[in-house]
Design a protein around this ligand. Structure first.
Ligand code: ARG
Length: 579
C-alpha cells in the first residue's frame, strides 16, 4: 500500500478532467501537521500558473473532480490552494486487514523489478579493515536488504582493493625478507598492519625501494607467476580478516560477492586502447590522460583523468572503467550504486563521464555514487584510537558488545547468562549500526558510545526495547504474532498509528531512491514513539476494555511489532523477545 501514490493517481485523473496535461506534478505529500489532515495535494498552485488562473479556484475544481470514494472523511482547501485530505478510519482499517498474514506486511508487489549492482564495503586489502569501511559496509548492506525486500534483483559486489601500488611495496619487502633467509612460514603475515607499516616506512625513506616497488606492481599486473603467488598470500590473510568482521557485523556479504580490482585486469589494456583509438585519451608526459572540459576549473583548465601511468601501470580509475563495462554491458543492470566516502566524488564523476563517452556505460544504466561523510571521534577529529592509530574494526565491535553487556545488565535482571550474551551482541552491534544508519549519509558523524547505547532517543536499544514491550503485552494477553482480529479504529492515536503503519512502503521507496537508510531509521523511531503514546492513551489489558476493542488493539500492536522487526531487519539489526 502506497497512499501517496494512490492519491497522486487520483489527483492526476482529476487534473486531466479539468483540462491539465497528464504529466502535471500532483505534488502529493504527507502532511506536516495534524491540522493539515494526513496528506496534502499541493499541485494546484503550480498548475494554476500554467493555466493562468486563480489557484484556489483551480483547487476547488480539482476537489470537485477528485474521486476518493470512502478513502477520506474530509477534503479541505487551505491557504492559497493547498488541498488537505483527512483519511477515514474505516478505510484505513480495511487497508490494514490481512497485513499481518502477509510476509510483505503493508508493502505491495514490485511492479517493475530492476537489476541493481551495489558496490560496497570494498576494503583495501593488505591492511586490516578500519572504520572508514564501516560506513560503506553498514549503509550498503541496508540498501541491499531494502532492495531485495522490495523485489529487485541485487548483485552485491565487494570491489576490494587488491591490485594497487601498495602490493608492489609489500612484495618488494617480502622478497627482501625471503632473500635474507627468513622462512616464508615465519613471516608474520597475521599481523598485516605491522608488515604494511614496515614496508611503507622503507617506501618513504629508503632510496631505490619505491622504484623497486613500482617495478613489482607492473610485474604483478602483467601476470608474473612468482609475484602472483606472493600477492595471493597477502590477499588470503586479508580476506579472512574482512570476513571475520562481516560475520560479527551481521552483514549479508560473503565470499562469492568479492569482485576485486584484480578481476578486471584483462579488460584494462583493451579499454585503454579503445579510448586511445577513439581519440578520448591522449599522451601527456608519458601517461595516458582523458581531459574533461565538462569538469574544468575556474580558469577553464580541463580536469585530467589518468588511465595509464608512465611505465604502463594501470590505476584505480582504469579498473572503474572496466567495472562500468562489465556491469552495464556484461551483467546488463539497470542501476549501479557505489558507496564510498565523499572524497571520491570527483573520481566517480570522471568515471561516469568517460564511461558514457566511450560507450562503456549504456544510457539505460543509472550510475550513482552514494558518498558519505567522515566518522569523527568525540573530540571532533577523525576517529582514531587514543594513541592516534587507526581503530581496527574487529576490536571496535568487540568493545561494542562488552559495553552493551554493561548497559543491559543495569536494566534487566531476569535474563540467564546465555540470554544476556545474546542480547548484548544484538544490542551492541545494533547500536553501532543504527548510530551510523540514522545520520544523514552525507554529513560527518560523531561516534559516541554513550549516545548510541542510550535507551532514550533514536537508538537501536530504544527500538529493540519497544519491540520487547509489545512482545510482553502479547505474552500477558496470551496471544502470539499469528493472532488475528478485525480492526476498529476509534481514538485518534489508533488512527495515527494506522496511518504510520501504512507509510512503510512510502518510506522504503524514499530510502531506495536516494540510498538513504536514515529515513527508515526515522520512520521506525516515530513508529515506536507513536506506539508508546497509543499504549498510554488506549488501554489494552486493563479491565473493562470491550473485547472487540481489546482484540483490535492487540492486532494493531502486532502490526507494530512485525513492522518494527521487519524494518530493523532491513537495517541488519536483530530484535529479541525480552531484554
Ligand atoms: N577500495 C576503495 C576504497 O577503499 C573503494 C572502492 C569502491 N568501489 C569502486 N568501484 N571504486 O577507497
Amino acid at each position: 500500500m502506497n497512499i501517496k501514490e494512490l492519491l497522486s493517481a487520483k489527483t492526476q485523473a482529476a487534473m486531466v478532467a479539468v483540462g491539465l496535461p497528464a504529466d502535471t506534478n500532483t505534488a502529493v505529500t504527507q502532511s506536516t501537521k495534524l491540522e493539515f489532515g494526513d496528506y496534502q495535494i499541493n499541485g494546484a498552485m503550480a498548475a494554476a500558473k500554467l493555466l493562468k488562473t486563480n489557484p484556489r479556484a483551480l483547487a476547488q475544481q480539482l476537489v470537485e473532480q477528485l474521486n476518493l470514494g470512502d478513502m477520506a472523511d474530509k477534503v479541505e482547501i487551505a491557504g492559497p490552494g493547498f488541498i488537505n485530505v483527512t483519511l477515514s478510519k474505516s478505510w484505513l482499517a480495511q487497508q490494514l486487514a490481512g497485513a499481518a498474514q502477509n510476509p510483505r506486511l503493508t508493502v505491495s508487489a514490485n511492479p517493475a523489478p530492476q537489476q541493481v549492482v551495489v558496490d560496497y564495503s570494498a576494503p583495501n586489502l593488505a591492511k586490516e579493515m578500519h572504520v572508514g569501511h564501516l560506513r560503506s559496509t553498514i549503509i550498503g548492506d541496508a540498501l541491499v536488504r531494502c532492495l531485495e525486500f522490495w523485489g529487485d534483483k541485487v548483485i552485491r559486489q565487494n570491489h576490494m582493493g587488491d591490485w594497487g601500488t601498495q602490493f608492489g611495496m609489500l612484495i618488494a619487502h617480502l622478497e627482501d625478507k625471503l632473500a635474507a633467509g627468513v622462512d616464508l612460514e615465519q613471516v608474520a603475515l597475521a599481523d598485516l598492519e605491522e608488515f604494511y607499516r614496515e614496508a611503507k616506512k622503507r617506501f618513504d625513506d629508503e632510496a631505490g625501494f619505491a622504484d623497486k616497488s613500482r617495478d613489482y606492481v607492473v610485474k604483478l599486473q602483467s601476470g608474473d607467476a612468482h609475484c602472483k603467488k606472493l600477492w595471493q598470500l597477502f590477499i588470503d590473510t586479508s580476506i579472512k580478516h574482512s570476513e571475520e568482521v562481516y560475520r560479527k557485523l551481521n552483514v549479508t556479504l560473503s565470499h562469492e560477492h568479492i569482485k576485486p580490482e584484480s578481476a578486471y585486469n584483462d579488460m584494462l589494456q583493451p579499454i585503454v586502447d579503445e579510448l586511445k583509438g577513439k581519440g578520448l585519451a591522449v599522451e601527456d608526459q608519458g601517461a595516458l590522460v582523458v581531459f574533461l572540459q565538462e569538469l574544468a576549473d575556474k580558469e577553464g583548465n580541463p580536469s585530467p583523468f589518468i588511465i595509464q601511468k608512465t611505465g604502463g601501470g594501470f590505476l584505480y580509475a582504469t579498473t572503474d572503467l572496466a567495472a562500468c563495462q562489465y556491469r552495464s554491458h556484461g551483467l546488463g543492470v539497470d542501476r549501479i550504486v557505489i558507496f564510498t566516502d565523499a572524497r571520491q566524488a570527483l573520481h566517480f564523476k570522471q568515471v561516469e563521464l568517460v564511461a558514457r563517452k566511450a560507450g562503456l556505460l549504456r544510457n539505460e544504466t543509472a550510475y550513482e555514487h552514494a558518498p558519505f561523510g567522515t566518522m569523527m571521534g568525540e573530540d571532533g577529529k577523525p576517529f582514531k584510537t587514543r594513541t592516534g592509530g587507526t581503530v581496527k574494526l574487529a576490536e571496535l565491535l568487540e568493545e561494542a558488545v562488552s559495553r552493551a553487556a554493561e548497559v543491559v545488565k543495569q536494566k534487566s535482571t531476569d535474563l540467564t547468562p546465555d540470554e544476556m550474551a545474546e542480547v548484548a551482541a544484538k544490542v551492541g552491534i545494533g547500536a553501532v549500526k543504527f548510530a551510523d544508519l540514522s545520520k544523514n549519509r552525507t554529513s560527518d558523524y560523531m561516534f559516541s558510545w554513550d549516545a548510541m547505547l542510550s535507551f532514550e532517543g533514536a537508538t537501536a536499544p530504544y527500538l529493540q526495547y519497544a519491540y520487547t514491550r509489545v512482545s510482553s503485552i502479547l505474552r500477558k494477553a496470551g496471544v502470539d504474532l499469528g493472532f488475528s482480529a478485525p480492526l476498529v479504529l476509534v481514538e485518534e492515536q489508533e488512527k495515527q498509528l494506522a496511518v504510520k503503519l501504512l507509510r512503510f512502503e512510502e518510506t522504503l521507496q524514499a530510502v531506495m531512491k536516494d540510498a538513504v537508510p536514515n529515513l527508515l531509521c526515522n520512520y521506525l523511531y516515530e513508529l515506536a514513539s507513536q506506539f508508546m503514546s497509543f499504549y498510554e492513551a488506549c488501554p489494552i489489558l486493563k479491565e473493562g476494555v470491550e473485547p472487540e476493542l481489546k482484540q483490535s488493539r492487540l492486532m494493531l500492536s502486532i502490526l507494530v511489532a512485525l513492522t518494527l522487526k521487519q524494518g530493523l531487519e532491513l537495517l541488519g539489526i536483530d530484535v529479541m523477545e525480552k531484554m
